[in-house]
Design a protein around this ligand. Sequence first.
Ligand code: V47
Length: 366
Amino acid sequence: MGGNGFFKDPDLIPLHDKVMAQERLSFEDGLTLYRSADLLGVGYLANLVRERLHGNKAYYIVNQHINYSNVCINGCKFCAFGKESGDPLAYEMSLEEIFAKVRERLAEPISEIHIVGGLHPHLPFSYYVDMLRGIKRLRPTVHLQAFTAVEIHHLAGIAGLSIPETLTALQEAGLGSLPGGGAEVFSPRIRQSLCAKKLSPEGWLEVCQTAHRQGMSTNATMLYGHQETLEERVDHLIKLRAAQDETGGFLTFIPLAFHAANTGLPHLPETTGFDDLKNLAVARLLLDNFPHIKAFWIMIGPKIAQLALSFGADDIDGTVIEERITHMAGARTAQGLTRQELHHLIREAGREPVERDTLYNIMSSS
Ligand code: V47
């Protein structure tokens, strides 16, 4: 397959040459990919890179999500999860409640706990440190992937510490890596319109790069399907690629499909399967220095996530259990999938299921 006759869109032919030569794609190339209606052509190119890097492997993880509080001072328009303090739907878990959630699942072979919340105005820094310490006491070998770069910046303000000092204190308490949330879209136009109070793109990148310099991996995301242009998507990806060239600590990129229910943008339609696959494929092609591209099944549904394994994605996230951010915004996906369900999805797609830990060490392969 491949070659000039394969592509319905002739603009993809020069990109095929570049991909075969392992040449870096430009901003213009990114736009060509996004503008192309030839999804199979774009997917084919992304699959070349995906298989070059990972062969037939499709990674997943046995993990648990804990969203400790939805109280948030940022008020982002695209978010249905964050609530002001005092809102009837606002909640914050006590440390005992968080530990109970961990205890409930001690018998399960969970290798990662993913912890994200809002920017809470009052909880003291000790709450976060004690949270990590307490969970590690209950599950000493679990990897804690906790607090987005935006939360880290907020916690630094609460603690009166610098970003490096904050990360060190949290690392000493058991923090293993940072999840990729809070990047949204780096465009100043979008930030002004949707999340003016949020940590700036430069601030977000600086926290991630500081974590990298301190030996921690982080992930990166892009929220798509709201008001952003194709140029703004490409700009976001190219900025991530440039940051990765400098510090090299980004592990996985996850495009996040916007869900409109209960947000400040309720009129916007759902993202389409075409756009979900396109974002994963373009990311695989532009982010040549990111090891992994994840199709987060919670956001795009298990069916599209399964197809994504042939459109650039090598990872399908994991069992998850009790995700709240997307479900508050109307996601109709389940709260979790079993290991068997993940294996079935991956095998049917002709891939080899590989259970990984957070850092992509292989746990088992069957
Ligand atoms: O930062 C908020 C996004 C993110 C909505 O690192 C929304 O492996 C869609 O980053 N519709 C948090 N998305 C989740 C996140 C994540 C998820 C899974 C894996 C990883 C990882 C990271 O969710 C936020 C924001 O960008 N978000 N509201 C919404 N209405």
